[in-house]
Write a protein that binds this ligand. Sequence first.
Ligand SMILES: [Zn+2]
Length: 100
Amino acid sequence: MYRRYVLLGDCGCVIESHAMEDHLNRSERHIAMYTCPKCGTIIVNTVRYINRIKIKYKEIVEVNKRVHSLDSKLIHMRVEVQKKLQVFCKYKDESKLFFV
Ligand SMILES: [Zn+2]
């Protein structure tokens, strides 16, 4: 039985094809672009994996949208809480003056 190898167009590393498939399959669990198992270069221009790369990229874009949406909601909530705290503190300070 002979082995096949893949030349990664992004970094020029040569990886045994089954080892590369295993590496990509393990990477499915992570929200990150695929990388070369030897040098860590992000893989975006290797034709053999272009369909997987496109799917992965879409997943990452979707996660980024969700995170930024949540960020903007949290910023809005933070501003609202600060406004309410200012009103509360002002009221509290006025109450102290009244009761002194
Ligand atoms: Zn490499």
